[in-house]
Design a binder for this molecule. Structure first.
Ligand SMILES: [Zn+2]
Length: 256
């Protein structure tokens, strides 16, 4: 992956060459600018681009081990159902929680931890404009969420997942001093937009060893999807483990 800074330098060099040597400068200027902008959008929108932040997206292994992750909870209705299904299949998952949803679900957060699942930081507000927040505002959100979670489970978080999977220079600055491991995914279920059938078909077609799968524990149909997916992965001989084991990293900075 070419870093945005490198492409910016290339962009300037190409523009200078275009103006010095080529006719129809206007067309070349538009084409070069579009290519550069597309590259920037790709780098920001693709959580595994590694353009701004080192993100862990998949384990390079051949054993049939995978990790499943849930974003945007905890949800007082859906998360308990998800936990129940995970128990049935003896699967341990990772929950990237939104701070504002924790306030009314403190016991639920405790339960997630007690059952041996991992908890990660998914910002306080998960605001739709989070990507354009200043780095200071981003840092406040992330720290506030970590503080609330730490107060409940007595562990200092080490795992972070950006809302919408978007990374940019502001986020890089925000998490620079916080020592987080940024966790992406290698298999997106699209459970928020696709039907149960289409989601399952996609998962079955693409599943491979070392995958980190993205689900959401705030949608009613995740219950059906999860049950069918765990049944399938079980039949195929996959073991589901938390991301810290899959990636050989620490989920919590220090045990308090
Ligand atoms: Zn999210």
């Amino acid at each position: 992956m070419i870093k945005p800074r490198t492409t910016f330098v290339l962009y300037i060099i190409v523009l200078i060459l275009v103006y010095l040597f080529l006719p129809w400068q206007g067309i070349f200027f538009i084409i070069t600018s579009l290519l550069f902008l597309s590259h920037l959008v790709y780098c920001s929108a693709n959580i595994c681009s590694q353009a701004y932040i080192k993100t862990l997206c998949k384990a390079i292994i051949s054993e049939k081990k995978i990790a499943i992750t849930f974003d945007d909870g905890p949800d007082s209705e859906i998360t308990p159902k998800v936990l129940e299904i995970l128990d049935q299949y003896n699967a341990k998952a990772t929950f990237f929680c939104v701070g504002k949803h924790i306030e009314n679900n403190k016991d639920l957060l405790k339960l997630i931890d007690k059952k041996g699942h991992l908890i990660g930081n998914h910002t306080w507000s998960h605001d739709r404009w989070f990507d354009i927040f200043s780095s200071k505002k981003m840092k406040i959100e992330i720290e506030k969420t970590s503080d609330v979670i730490t107060a409940i489970i007595n562990r200092k978080l080490n795992l972070f997942r950006p809302p919408y999977g978007v990374t940019n220079p502001n986020l890089k600055r925000a998490i620079k001093d916080l020592n987080f491991r940024t966790i992406g995914w290698s298999l997106r279920s699209f459970d928020t937009v696709k039907s149960t059938e289409k989601t399952l078909k996609r998962l079955k077609n693409k599943l491979s060893p070392g995958d980190i799968i993205l689900f959401h524990d705030n949608r009613e149909h995740i219950v059906e999807i999860l049950k069918a997916f765990l049944e399938y992965s079980n039949d195929e001989g996959y073991e589901i483990i938390p991301v810290d084991q899959l990636l050989n990293i620490k989920a919590y900075e220090t045990y308090m």
